[in-house]
Design a protein around this ligand. Sequence first.
Ligand SMILES: [Zn+2]
Length: 70
Amino acid sequence: MEDVPRRWNLFKMKALVSKFIKVRCSKCKNEQVIFGNSSNIVYCLVCSKEVAYPTGGKSRISARVLEVLE
Ligand SMILES: [Zn+2]
């Protein structure tokens, strides 16, 4: 059911260098746009689950990346 394949990795890589990415919370499915290079942990606005972690200036995305906004 989860189409996590290559597309996911591509988005993930792009997300690390782009400014804004749209993610979907893996818990509540809320969609929100976050800053790709955030230095803070980004939480879901609805359920407060972490959706991105800062890792050396770039964010590691823990939610589903839907779109990269360049
Ligand atoms: Zn959520």
